[in-house]
Ligand binder design. Structure first.
Ligand code: NAP
Length: 495
């Protein structure tokens, strides 16, 4: 169950918003009466209410907007109880001064906007002594592991308990608290009305993460990285899970650098089944895995961790995605020239994606040359992986069958830039740009103008995600659907 929080400055606006929201049938609505700026009339807000409600009147010390005296605030809570609200939120330190009355349930709450204190169990114990029907504990997560401590509280709860963390690190506990036994979680109705840091919108909680379908049997996955807020992987995987009706949820999990090992160990307590891995954690992910496969070892980095038979496996799905994308691009070549083996490949860049591309092309029999803006980086990589290196300034002179851009040149917002000039391209080449924002980069536009075969970073991105989907869900990925989902999201993001 999701409790949708609602706050407005005027009674009429709050009542109207509640009526509008009521048409969408939420199970429970929190009326934040502390947001009302005029003289508060709780009875008016409760009259003809379209849904069950939690009445909350938050004081300033708990980041609320109540500007009256504490005595007046407690009178508001008593008024809500007399008015028959389904729940009234009562802070634990004032709980004993608000007596139980009628059918109204007492939601005894504790908020901490600074951190997740060490003495959570003591606080919980104290709250059980406040005659609660529901206990609510909400703390600030300053590190991912704080979620685990708060969710663990739910395992031993003796009273129905809602517990989760705030902040960007806290998203995981907001979504998983129901799976651990919380009777409901909270979500916002609109971005403008955000009540607490990290609060998700009801639409996202309901339709994107499918909160109400999450049970202890639901498999949990996520993408780890830092930053993570703009990752497209949650969109792609959650949409694909929904499309094939797979019982899974996929979360954005920000993990700060140098804390990957300890965080993943802590997250094991949440029974997470797999991770996509993005910058800067691909090396740390490989170190964490008990069973890295040959491709991850070869590349020296992992973009996927998955649990099988109780052990963490690492792989790198970029490898297969690059091979498949190149092979698909070569299908326009004459029938006897469609293999990667024997091709001259020029790779632009010497970062993580370049590394995966070099390994993928070499293992399939291509002769690989690399070039990079910073020559030292290219030299080191060339020596390590055994490929020829050419100067960045001379890259246009190098003859190749396949050109792969693994630099970030041309990426949004610098969409008019290209890492390889138009005159250097010719129609016998396949040009593959791993950049996927935008889908049609300047390099690919130039390549089409020159009659080259092309392959896009979007195809690669979907293929690496599709491989992960297969490992995570054990089902065939809905490739076309995933492609369309990503294309649609990218086009609306850059409009
Ligand atoms: P990375 O490790 O940071 O490497 C970035 C590379 O880009 C380096 O070689 C860097 O050269 C080069 N570069 C950056 N700015 C440049 C400039 N102005 N001129 C010339 N070279 C420049 O990043 P990565 O993880 O390899 O990712 C590279 C790109 O691949 C990303 O930007 C992204 O668009 C794309 N990508 C695609 C997928 C996919 O699935 N399609 C997945 C991940 C990434 P220096 O060494 O000189 O700095």
């Amino acid at each position: 169950m999701i409790c949708v929080s609602l706050g407005r400055r005027r009674h009429s606006a709050l009542k109207q918003a509640h009526r509008d929201l009521g048409k969408l049938n939420p199970d429970l609505v929190e009326l934040r009466v502390d947001w009302i700026m005029s003289r508060l009339n709780v009875a008016r807000l409760l009259k003809k209410r379209p849904t069950p409600v939690v009445v909350t009147c938050r004081r300033e010390q708990d980041k609320g907007r109540w500007s009256g005296t504490e005595e007046q605030r407690l009178a508001v809570l008593r008024e809500a109880i007399i008015g028959g609200a389904e729940y009234v939120d009562i802070e634990e330190d004032v709980a004993k001064s608000i007596p139980r009355y009628g059918d109204t349930k007492r939601l005894i709450s504790y908020h901490n906007f600074q951190d997740t204190p060490a003495e959570l169990s003591e606080i919980y114990q104290r709250m059980t002594e406040c005659d609660p029907d529901v206990i609510k504990i909400v703390t600030m997560a300053n590190r991912p592991a704080d979620n685990v401590r708060v969710l663990e509280l739910l395992k031993s709860a003796t009273v129905p308990t809602v517990a989760f963390c705030m902040g960007e690190f806290g998203i995981v506990s907001r979504i998983l608290c129901g799976r651990m036994g919380a009777p409901f979680t909270y979500a916002g109705y609109s971005r403008a009305g955000e009540m607490a840091p990290g609060q998700l919108l009801w639409d996202d909680m309901r339709d994107f993460y499918r909160y109400d379908r999450i049970t202890p049997d639901t498999k949990v996955f996520g993408v780890i990285g830092d930053p993570i807020a703009h990752s497209l992987s949650p969109l792609l995987h959650n949409s694909a899970f929904k499309e094939v009706d797979f019982d899974g949820v996929y979360l954005p999990l920000r993990i700060p650098p140098d804390t990957v090992q300890e965080t993943l160990q802590e997250y094991d307590k949440l029974d997470i089944s797999g991770y996509s891995v993005t910058i800067p954690h691909k090396h740390a992910a490989l170190d964490f895995a008990e069973l890295p496969d040959a491709q991850a070892e070869l590349i020296g980095a992992s973009n996927t961790l998955f649990k099988a038979d109780g052990k963490w496996h690492a792989t790198n799905t970029d490898y297969d995605a690059i091979v498949e994308t190149v092979e698909a691009g070569l299908t326009t070549f004459p029938a006897d020239a469609r293999g990667i083996a024997g091709k001259q490949v020029l790779i632009l860049g010497a970062g993580g994606v370049a590394r995966a591309a070099i390994c993928a092309m070499q293992q399939n029999g291509a002769a690989v040359t690399i070039t990079n803006r910073s020559p030292d980086r290219a030299k080191v990589l060339g020596e390590e992986l055994g490929c020829t290196v050419v100067d960045w300034e001379q890259r246009g002179d190098h003859v190749c069958d396949i050109l792969i851009n693994c630099t970030s040149v041309g990426m949004h917002p610098n969409v008019s830039e290209s890492p390889f000039d138009l005159p250097w391209l010719n129609e016998s080449m396949l040009v593959f740009d791993t950049v996927y924002t935008p889908e049609n980069t300047q390099l690919l536009e130039h390549a089409k103008t020159r009659g080259c075969a092309t392959a896009s970073g979007l195809e690669m991105f979907v293929r690496q995600a599709a491989r992960q989907f297969e490992l995570f869900a054990g089902e065939r990925p809905p490739m076309d659907f995933m492609m369309e989902t990503l294309r649609h999201s990218l086009s609306s993001a850059t409009e």
